[in-house]
Design a protein around this ligand. Structure first.
Ligand code: AMP
Length: 114
């Protein structure tokens, strides 16, 4: 999608610190990290929100989570623990409308989240 920030990162039209790429997903460092590890995992395919996922995307969702798990393992946060977040729409604070998993770890997380 031409005016989507994360599509532009996927297409390497704007720079990002990419930490993982495969046929279906790209992961990069969040520009405003909220934890020592804060990586965003996105599908190459443009999907605006979780509500826009269809049955054809079931495998893609699994790939996003498996990429997140691989990143957590590579960072050594799988043992101590980490958090995966997907914000949806205004009340959750979604600001980029291309679905993404926030993979955050390296510190103790509070609950409930703010
Ligand atoms: P959300 O608010 O859940 O939609 O998350 C969007 C995330 O994208 C925020 O954590 C931002 O810090 C992050 N972000 C915005 N622009 C960039 C960028 N150019 N590169 C990396 N992360 C970004």
């Amino acid at each position: 999608m031409s005016d989507c920030l994360f599509c532009k990162i996927v297409e390497k039209k704007i720079p990002a610190r990419i930490v993982h790429e495969d046929a279906d997903t790209v992961a990069f460092e969040d520009v405003n990290p909220q934890a020592p590890t804060h990586v965003l995992v996105v599908p190459r395919k443009h999907v605006a929100t979780m509500m826009d996922l269809g049955p054809d995307d079931d495998a893609l969702v699994g790939k996003l989570f498996r990429a997140g798990a691989a990143i957590a393992k590579a960072r050594g946060i799988d043992g101590p623990g980490y958090r995966v977040v997907m914000n949806h729409n205004r009340d959750a604070g979604q600001s980029v409308f291309h679905i993404h998993l926030h993979v955050m770890g390296g510190r103790r997380m509070g609950w409930p989240p703010g």
